[in-house]
Design a protein around this ligand. Structure first.
Ligand code: AMP
Ligand code: GLY
Length: 441
């Protein structure tokens, strides 16, 4: 039976706080605004696009100031908090908010170890027979070099801790592997590199799988594909992600069920055995190898920019579903519906991204989000003259939906022409894997 107070459905959140300042958080807020029961969406600290989004209000509370966030949530009668990025999760923001009696979607500090310690995540995989690449962990440079010597082939090196997506090097040669090991141990990633994971190199297409989790049950979303390299043809340096699309046809419904049984359920069971009540997103980054899917990484939150591609496909029940997860009651949740069709996301980044992004340039936009094309800000802010200014590497993303990937990408690229800032760069070939007319922009 639906719980009601007056004519209010208590399963649906009225006031929501989204923590984070990226495109991911803008897209979550945009999707939540579609529920007519939801009145206000606070985004903290948000970005230059937040205030222009429907129902959205920017709060500039620092995510490290747990007490201030608690006070704001009480004052504003927030009934659901969604924590977007990994750093506040790894720092225990969800623990502090729950301890204050607030309802949170996002794992506790221990759950966030899934992303915050690659060694911890690898052990969880091994303990639970979850397929992943062979690996060695060590805290000693000499031992790392010894392992490399015995292995006799290039390895993938990974700093154990959070390194803003930069801690992994897929080495092409033994010499590069040696160099990378030495860099990690000489402090390139600070404390995150106190331990190093050396991993065998595996091959295959990559796909991102997201499961919403209430501690007991999982709800798996359509798969998405990211584009990590900066340049067309998957060339250039690794980035946070230059574009995405969903649903990724790399995996069909039957395979998604197999992956759920092989990877997601054992992960959740492994977390439960460690007495972790995991509430939030389990993000499994998979490589589809010739010997089956293998986990490359786990993250404890939605992927960015995969989230931007996925959110417009979510039904209006999203807020209610996330609230049910946060309450540990996914079984009582309204069913999450997914729109049919295809979603395409293209990221516009600033000049110099990812090494040294140029910021402070004015962004001209003559486009408003609607039901088939959306603009989600990321590295933007608003200056004293009320202009939108670039403030980060990935500046914004354009997302579009269509009856086919060609339609979706054509609309996204056409809409990209309505955005401009000095030095703007974006890939022209996002979705090349699923598009027929590849040169239409
Ligand atoms: P991550 O920062 O963990 O997302 O890793 C960055 C990228 O490195 C992944 O998207 C993969 O393309 C690549 N990668 C990570 N681990 C491996 C591996 N064991 N073999 C081959 N490529 C890998
Ligand atoms: N898109 C990759 C990530 O969010 O880690």
């Amino acid at each position: 039976m639906t719980k009601k107070l007056g004519n209010r459905d208590l399963r649906r959140p009225r006031n929501i706080l989204v923590v984070g300042n990226g495109g991911r958080e803008n897209s979550i807020a945009w999707a939540l605004a579609k529920d007519k029961f939801t009145e206000k969406i606070y985004v903290s600290p948000g970005n230059g696009g937040t205030a222009s989004q429907r129902k959205c209000i920017r709060l500039k509370t620092d995510s490290e100031a747990h007490e201030s966030i608690i006070k704001e949530c009480e004052r504003l009668q927030v009934d659901l908090i969604i924590i977007g990025p990994e750093a506040p999760l790894a720092a225990g923001l969800a623990n502090s908010l729950r301890a204050a009696g607030l309802t949170v979607f996002g794992p506790c500090k221990n759950g966030a170890l899934l992303e915050a310690s690659k060694d911890w995540a690898k052990r969880l995989m091994v303990e639970n027979n979850i397929p992943t690449a062979r690996y060695w962990t060590t805290s000693s440079e000499a031992e790392a070099l010894e392992i490399l010597h015995h292995y006799g082939k290039p390895l993938v090196t990974k700093a154990d801790g959070l390194a803003s997506g930069k801690g992994v090097t897929v080495c092409e040669s033994i010499n590069q592997t040696k160099k990378s090991i030495k860099e990690i141990f000489s402090g390139k990633f600070g404390q995150a590199g106190n331990k190093v994971i050396l991993e065998e190199r595996i091959e295959g297409p990559e796909v991102s799988i997201f499961a919403l989790c209430d501690g007991e049950q999982l709800l798996v979303l359509p798969p998405a594909q990211d584009h990590k390299r900066l340049l067309d043809g998957d060339k250039g340096p690794n980035t946070g992600g230059m574009g995405a699309y969903a649903p990724a046809p790399l995996i069909n419904q039957k395979e998604l069920i197999e992956i759920t049984d092989l990877i997601l359920i054992p992960t959740l069971n492994g977390l439960k055995r460690k007495k972790i009540n995991y509430i939030g997103v389990i993000y499994a980054g998979l490589m589809l190898t010739s010997s089956g899917p293998k986990v490359i990484e786990f993250n404890c939150r939605f992927g960015d920019p995969e989230c931007q591609a996925l959110m417009p496909l979510m039904g209006d029940e999203l807020g209610a579903v996330l609230l049910s997860c946060a309450r540990g009651e996914l079984k009582n949740s309204p069913q999450l519906t997914f729109k049919s069709g295809f979603s395409a996301c293209v990221v516009a980044a600033s000049k110099g991204y990812p090494e040294s992004p140029q910021t402070g340039d004015k962004v001209d936009i003559s486009l408003e989000s609607n039901s088939s094309v959306q603009i989600f800000h990321a590295g933007t802010t608003i200056n004293d003259s009320n202009n939108i200014i670039t403030s980060g590497g990935r500046v914004l993303s354009i997302v579009a939906q269509g009856e086919s990937f060609d339609e979706a990408f054509n609309l996204a690229y056409k809409s990209m022409k309505k955005v401009n800032f000095k030095g703007m760069q974006f890939r022209k070939d996002i979705g090349y894997q699923v598009r027929d007319n590849k040169i239409n922009n």
